[in-house]
Design a protein around this ligand. Structure first.
Ligand SMILES: [Fe+2]
Length: 445
């Protein structure tokens, strides 16, 4: 991310067939890395892929991305391609995707996505997915035909496991019968527990996606059995979930932390799990807690569809540490290499920033108008504060703007009108976080 400063406010800102189904050639057999092997893992989340075959440009599609929550759905296919190319170059030992693979659970999007993961699988890179709250039985699964939306099929939980047969479900050592959770050994001394935290109808009925998530008692029992076995074998375990196990927002928003997180955390404590990888909240953040001297961390990687379009890279060094850092996708480099003539792709960092800035500005401005503040409130001025903070906050860079914003006239105006305006949200973005949102070292000694 480029360094962006508050002074900008004072200038002119007023203004993917089941890929995983019929496979043309057999996938390479995977040799389980031996104990003591260092591994590199990539984690990407909340991709919200929408198959281009479901889009005929027009008002309906424009409304879906231009007035949404900052997801760059208009470039999601290119963003996916950049990620896949970067993975083929980097060749990590596994790629993890912690849910919300699709925009709204469209069956066609799932099928296309699974197919687009195939080159990674053929290159010997395991791709491991779990669903998010948007991926299964979604009543909003739609295509876009100029000015109209039309209904398209979503998937059942059984469809999901079948479509992603080569993306975790077919190679799992153990699968939970009560959810789409599974155990995948990354090496002889590191296991990955991919835990499905979502609430969907198991009979296949479609419904409005629930933001909240929870684990059933059956899934918790399955989880404990796997953790007990890992402990018996002296194997390190990393867990992955869509919903967070710890709060990443400083304001306890409903539905982002797993409803019964304390039950999964109790198991993590009992069996010495030190790290969970999550998504869902779309905000880049790392939260931690400590049990009798042993730290535990939940890393929420920000949505890949949202500025600054990043993913996480982990290094596992057996008996030493697991490190995590964010990596921004180089869309501009990819666009230049592939001869793109699209100026937005060729200047994607600025375009993506401006896209999220504008959405944040418009939303804030409308909310301020509706709040009917006193006449002396400069609504444009106040909306700019939100617009400049939001992209930084979501991508884990808010700390770099904190002091400048706090000292600004813009923030002073928010404080002056704090009785009406949602200054709580501004303050939560400005609140110092205990941990760096973008990098972490977890000691394993
Ligand atoms: Fe989600």
């Amino acid at each position: 991310m480029k360094q962006r400063h508050i002074p900008a406010l004072f200038l002119t800102l007023a203004l993917v067939l089941a890929a995983c189904a019929p496979v043309p050639q057999p996938l390479p057999r995977r040799q389980l890395p031996s104990a003591g092997t260092s591994l590199e893992l990539a984690v990407v989340t909340d991709l919200h892929f929408l198959s281009p075959s479901l889009v005929r440009e027009g008002e309906a599609f424009t409304a879906a991305y231009a007035y949404g929550d900052g997801k760059q759905i208009n470039y999601i296919s290119q963003l996916l391609e950049v990620f896949l190319q970067e993975m083929l170059e980097r060749r990590p030992d596994a790629v993890l995707i912690t849910g919300d693979l699709t925009l709204n659970g469209e069956r066609v999007s799932h099928l296309e996505l699974a197919e687009r993961f195939l080159p990674l699988r053929q290159a010997g890179i395991p791709v491991l997915v779990i669903p998010g709250n948007h991926d299964i039985g979604n009543a909003f699964s739609s295509g876009y035909n100029r000015d109209k939306l039309y209904d398209v099929r979503s998937v059942t939980w059984q469809d999901f496991a079948e479509i992603y047969q080569n993306c975790g479900y077919g190679e799992a050592v153990s699968r939970d019968t009560a959810s789409l959770s599974y155990l995948y050994p990354l090496s002889e001394d590191l296991w990955l527990l991919m835990v499905d935290t979502n609430l969907y109808d198991r009979e296949g009925a479609r419904s409005i996606p629930q933001n909240a998530g929870a684990l059933s008692q059956e899934t918790l029992r399955w989880l404990e059995d796997r953790l007990r076995e890992a402990q018996r074998q002296g194997v390190e375990v990393v867990t992955a979930t869509h919903h967070g196990l710890l709060d990443h927002t400083s304001r306890g928003m409903d539905g982002y932390v797993l409803d019964n997180a304390e039950e999964m955390l109790a198991l993590c404590e009992k069996y010495g799990v030190r790290l969970n990888l999550s998504g869902h909240v779309h905000i880049q953040d790392i939260a931690g807690t400590r049990w009798e001297g042993q730290p535990f961390y939940d890393i929420a990687t920000s949505s890949y569809a949202v500025y600054t379009n990043q993913y996480g890279l982990l290094e596992y060094r057996p008996g030493e540490s697991i490190t995590y850092r964010t990596q921004e996708a180089d869309v501009e480099g990819w666009a230049a290499r592939t001869g793109s003539a699209d100026p937005q792709l060729l200047n994607f960092e600025d375009y993506s920033y401006r896209f999220f800035y504008d959405i944040s500005y418009e939303r804030s401005y409308v909310n301020l108008v509706m709040a009917q503040l006193n006449k002396d409130a400069d609504l444009e001025f106040m909306a700019q504060t939100m617009a400049i903070l939001n992209p930084a906050y979501f991508s884990g860079y808010a700390a770099e703007l904190r002091e400048e914003v706090r000292a600004s006239d813009h923030y002073a105006m928010w404080k002056k009108h704090s009785g009406f305006a949602p200054i709580g949200y501004i303050n939560s973005m400005l609140a110092p976080r205990e941990l760096d949102p973008r990098r972490l070292t977890v000691p394993l000694q």
